[in-house]
Design a protein around this ligand. Structure first.
Ligand SMILES: C[S@@+](CC[C@H](N)C(=O)[O-])C[C@H]1O[C@@H](n2cnc3c(N)ncnc32)[C@H](O)[C@@H]1O
Length: 229
């Protein structure tokens, strides 16, 4: 399947949920020229009836947005390429693949993206093509072959039941960079706050200040944590 076919499939998937909306190529602010295929900035929210809202809740089109934490982590990697330079990186819960694209641009040795949503996998491949970067795509962590040096994850803690991933990441790599705008109070051994930034989702969902505040954490595996989770 080539980019043309992937784009056609993504357009159809979007039309099934929000018939009036379109995809467009958006440039990531502060993203060193990275571009992503996203829901159009001016999508007609006012035309959404209750059926459409229900379809969006049931089939969230995560890949059609660049989430606030994804935007932040992508910018962070471009400013601090040393975290990924020459390394094999994994972008877990990749969505549009924004973090993976930034890691590749920042000089990662190789980039694996993992997303359980097959449409997100197609969006990642389409966006990789648009940005002329190479990625490997998997649908679940059990498909990962070999070790990775660092796990990258942005806006994947939207549900408390996802918190167990934080410890699991240390089974995959000694280092984790996590950006999150949802979970304000998690405590997991090995993680420390690096910085906080104000960001927003693209297209802008006009979310509250609370969800625009993104925290970036560094996770460092201790000797005890290796293979014990
Ligand atoms: C809110 S989106 C974040 C996307 C992207 N990281 C960003 O910041 O723009 C969360 C993503 O995690 C993916 N996801 C959820 N559960 C997953 C799982 N068990 N394995 C892999 N991906 C998963 C979803 O499909 C979705 O694309």
């Amino acid at each position: 399947m080539n980019s043309k076919h992937r784009l056609a499939e993504l357009r159809k998937a979007l039309a099934d949920v929000i018939p009036e909306a379109k995809l467009e190529t958006a440039t990531l602010p502060g993203g060193g020229g990275l571009v992503l295929t996203l829901l159009q900035e001016s999508y007609p929210q006012h035309l959404l009836d209750s059926d459409a809202l229900l379809r969006i809740m049931n089939e969230p089109l995560y890949w059609a947005f660049c989430w606030a934490a994804g935007q932040t982590l992508a910018q962070f990697l471009l400013e601090h390429p040393d975290y990924v330079e020459g390394r094999r990186v994994l972008d877990f819960g990749a969505g549009s693949g924004v973090v993976a694209m930034a890691a590749a641009r920042a000089g990662a040795g190789s980039v694996v993206v993992c997303d359980s949503d097959t449409l997100a996998q197609k969006a990642c491949l389409l966006n990789a093509d648009l940005n002329s970067v190479d990625i490997e795509v998997i649908g679940q962590l059990s498909e990962l072959s070999g070790a990775v040096d660092i796990v990258l994850a942005a806006d994947v803690l939207y549900d408390r039941s996802n918190l167990h991933w934080l410890a699991h990441f240390f089974q995959l790599a000694p280092l984790v960079l996590l950006a999150d705008s949802r979970m304000k109070d998690f405590a997991c051994e090995g993680y420390r706050l690096l910085e906080r930034r104000i960001s927003h989702t693209l297209p802008d969902l006009d979310e509250s200040e609370e969800f625009r505040a993104v925290s970036v954490y560094l996770g460092q595996r201790s000797a005890d944590q290796q293979g014990t989770v």
